[in-house]
Unconditional design. Sequence first.
Length: 254
Amino acid sequence: MRSIRSKITVTVVAISMVSLFILTGTVLYNLNTLRSGIIAMSDELGTAAGDDSAQAMEQQMLNQLTALAQAKAPIADEKLGKQQTYVQLTADYLTALYGDPDKYAPLSVDPPDPSKTGVFSSQLVLSPEAADDLERIDAELGLVSNASDLFLAIPMHDPDIESDYFSTVSGINVMIDKVPDMKPATLDASSRGWFQGAIKENGLIWTDVFDDTWGRGLAITCAAPFRNGEDGEIMGVVGFGSLISTMSGEIIDT
């Protein structure tokens, strides 16, 4: 598993490249135009002096961009560290649910409702196998639905979180985001990288930057397994996702 620091480095580079390449391209274009003007007006100094002056300005600008990226790294560290804490806490909560199921009354989660597009909502989507055998998952579904309100509250109060979700080995998927209109009728989360990675590592992971499943841009996910009680078998995986575009805007503006 890559360290969170490694993921932060990748994310900061991505943030810097997306936002600062645009700025760099614009500024370099202007500098090249300025260079032409300097060279044209430097008959007494010679063209080499004008060219050196423009190159010096370019280097100064690039140095400033590098310093900016380094200064933003601690902010990215804080945001990704917070996301990691959410994953650990919610995975622990689900583990506690499985460890003492008699303590919790069965609840339910509604399927995706397109009328709620644009606002955070909890959405239940089953795997094809689970949808064909509801009796098998009925008790487990009633139990894990107790976690829905907790998962919903986090992105509603933290703009850094675009979505959070948990998926069970049995095929139950509870997702919280703003795009219920994009959800399929069934979903096999066990084929997703964040699910497979957390199971394989038997612990918390960070994914590489990837294209968001629902077409919202580049994203990154932190995930961890939850268990049937503290020392029990893995029952599923929790995931929290953030869009690079959202994180970029907040970090650059900070």
